[in-house]
Design a protein around this ligand. Structure first.
Ligand code: PLP
Length: 396
């Protein structure tokens, strides 16, 4: 059976009524026949049939044994960190999602969990940095926003040798393009807000575990801490995920065209897209992903926040907003938006320069999107030309 068929038919038909859409069980509790005797559900924080249907679908998509759906991607990340204890260390990708950095640095540091940020695109850096205290390796691949690629299979082997867990934030690739558990990861997290939901209409997170045992530990943490996904939002993610393969294929096709075009524009300096031959780790991406995704990042020859501002405020179809992965194209300026909580030096060292712009290429027509970005960039060339002219006049 193909993955697309498997996905659509892993969403169950309701056994009670035959409803082809998963029912939304909007309830807090479940009536019991006798104390402790129930139909598998007792209280809706612990479990809910709508949420359970979503968890089963995502576990299957990722090739894991169990999944837990959370109120946000960060709540999912938080649950994974709660597997650790004081004195443990996380070895994390340096180009990490800003919210994960904030959680690790400003919350978990207080509880004695330390983080060592490493450029994981070079496997040797992971080998050099791992210590007996390293209990969790945290990868994002591709990363946000410079789309760095790390070799999941190689790093999974190192994690195993050292008795550390490997967790991969698979938000950018989605299981339609990459299945980290099949490459050796122990855990996968998602901001389901992005491609899994796919329509920019909810906030949600998922943790998928390779084993039943790890899945049960995450479930325990979820029930103990309480950051569950509501039945309504669980239903919306199920609804979104039905078209995951279709959407991600088209996002990737559009993004490849936009990336190739950007390389030719005179105002653009570097273009980051794993589908470009020029990408630093294109070979690894081509090996571990079945497509390159919908995110394209680039910076400008004029590497200033002002120049980037001019561009991000001038597009019509690309809407200026944080987030990504929806049908509508979005763009953002990481240095002043998603990555503003990261200190400037750390941010620049990770490649997030002042003019860096991130595109979430949506499902509009690729020609329209390229036209939109062209007129915004051309405006910038106009600004530069005017400045040069003004300076020349001033010198006269
Ligand atoms: C958005 C995002 C998150 C956080 O998810 P929320 O749903 O916003 O809490 C985590 N990781 C990555 C890579 C993201 O893009």
């Amino acid at each position: 059976m193909s993955n697309a068929t498997k996905l659509i038919h892993s969403i169950p038909v309701d056994p009670l009524t035959g409803s082809i859409s998963v029912p939304i069980y909007q309830t807090s509790t479940f009536v019991q026949e006798a104390p402790g005797e129930n139909k598998g559900y007792d209280y809706a924080r612990s479990n809910n049939p709508t949420r359970a249907a979503l968890e089963k679908v995502i576990a299957e998509l990722e090739g894991g044994q169990a999944a837990s759906a959370f109120a946000s991607g960060l709540a999912a990340i938080d649950a994974v960190v709660k597997l650790l204890q004081s004195g443990d260390e996380i070895l994390a990708v340096d180009d990490i999602y800003g919210g994960a950095f904030r959680l690790f640095t400003h919350i978990y540091a207080k509880f004695g969990i330390t983080v060592n940020y490493v450029d994981t695109t070079q496997v040797v850096n992971v080998i050099d940095a791992i210590t007996p205290r390293t209990k969790l390796i945290w990868l994002e691949t591709p990363t946000n926003p410079t789309l760095k690629i790390s070799d999941i299979e190689a790093i999974a082997r190192i994690a195993k040798q050292h008795g550390a867990l490997l967790c991969v934030d698979n938000t950018f690739a989605s299981p339609a393009l990459q299945q980290p558990i099949k490459l050796g990861a122990d855990l996968v997290v998602h901001s389901a807000t992005k491609y899994l939901g796919g329509h920019s209409d909810l906030i949600a997170g998922i943790v998928v575990a390779k084993t039943e045992e790890l899945g049960a530990q995450i479930k325990f943490i979820q029930n103990a801490s309480g950051a569950i996904l509501s039945p309504n939002d669980s239903w919306l993610v199920i609804r979104g995920v039905e078209t995951l393969y279709l959407r991600v294929k088209e996002h990737s096709r559009n993004a490849q065209l936009v990336a190739e075009y950007l390389q030719t524009h005179p105002a653009v300096d570097k273009v980051y897209y794993p589908g470009l031959k020029s990408h630093h780790n294109h070979d690894i991406a081509a090996r571990q992903q079945s497509g390159f995704g919908g995110i394209v990042t680039f910076n400008l020859k004029e590497d200033t926040a002002e120049a980037a501002r001019e561009v991000v405020c001038s597009t019509a179809y690309f809407k200026l907003a944080e987030s990504l992965g929806g049908v509508k194209s979005l763009l953002c300026h990481p240095a002043t938006m998603t990555h503003k909580s990261i200190p400037a030096e750390t941010r620049r060292a990770a490649g997030v320069t002042d003019s860096l712009i991130r595109l979430s290429v949506g499902l509009e027509d690729a020609g329209d999107l390229i036209g939109d970005i062209t007129q915004a960039l051309d405006r910038l060339s106009g600004v530069v030309a005017r400045q040069v002219e003004a300076e020349a006049v001033g010198q006269l």
